[in-house]
Write a protein that binds this ligand. Structure first.
Ligand code: AKG
Ligand code: MN
Length: 200
């Protein structure tokens, strides 16, 4: 385990052991069984390349009406609970006082990417965002608190965890690409990212 900070984003490399990663993936399979992955539409009318679902009180959602949180999956059911392994990470690395309201589950197939954006659909930016990487490596880009300017990139690997809080809470960030086949954690390949946030 080693820790680095890039533009205030704290990255804990190797935070999850291979065993812990496997346990988490099994729990996530149960979440996606109840709340299947879907490809949200951007407000601009293009489907995202990343597939998503959520666990927790709220799930992140997007369509023609914009980005927001909803209390149910598009199938009409409440979101499943956040797996305890994720809650434990949050309690260790972010807060033992309050659990996250949302654990967004992003799934990247080989060509998926995520454009530069801020996480800003939450009510209180004093709460950090916790981000967990599982499966194939991802080239994560970190920019500034306003769009544009110089950026720095880092390859996030399976088991790495990032805490995006404090001065870094509103930095632009995105995923340029994944490195297909770089991990054997997921039988069919790809990358899972978990993004936990306090919403209200
Ligand atoms: O996949 C990642 O590492 C980042 C995901 C992200 O930024 C988000 O879901 O807001
Ligand atoms: Mn984000």
């Amino acid at each position: 385990m080693s820790e680095i900070s890039i533009r205030g984003v704290q990255i804990i490399q190797g935070a999850l052991s291979p065993e812990a990663q496997k346990t988490l993936v099994a729990a996530l399979r149960e979440v996606t069984r109840q709340a299947p992955l879907f490809s949200p539409m951007t407000p601009y009318g293009k489907p995202m390349s990343v597939q998503m679902t959520s666990a927790g009180r709220f799930g992140w959602y997007s369509d023609r009406s914009g980005y927001r949180y909803r209390d149910r999956h598009p199938n009409g059911q409440a979101w499943p609970s956040i797996p305890v392994g994720v809650l434990n990470l949050w309690r260790q690395l972010v807060s033992a006082e309050r659990d996250p309201d949302c654990c967004l589950i992003n799934f990247y197939k080989e060509k998926a990417r995520m454009g530069m954006h801020q996480d800003r659909d939450e009510a209180d930016f004093s709460w950090p965002v916790l981000s967990v990487s599982l499966g194939d490596d991802a080239l994560f880009r970190i920019g500034n608190r306003t769009r544009g300017g110089k950026t720095e990139s880092i390859w996030l690997r399976s088991g790495d965890v990032a805490v995006i809080g404090g001065e870094a809470r509103l930095v632009y960030h995105g995923v340029d690409r994944i490195r297909p086949g770089s991990s054997s954690l997921l039988a069919k390949g790809g990358r899972i990212n978990l993004t936990c946030r306090v919403v209200t």
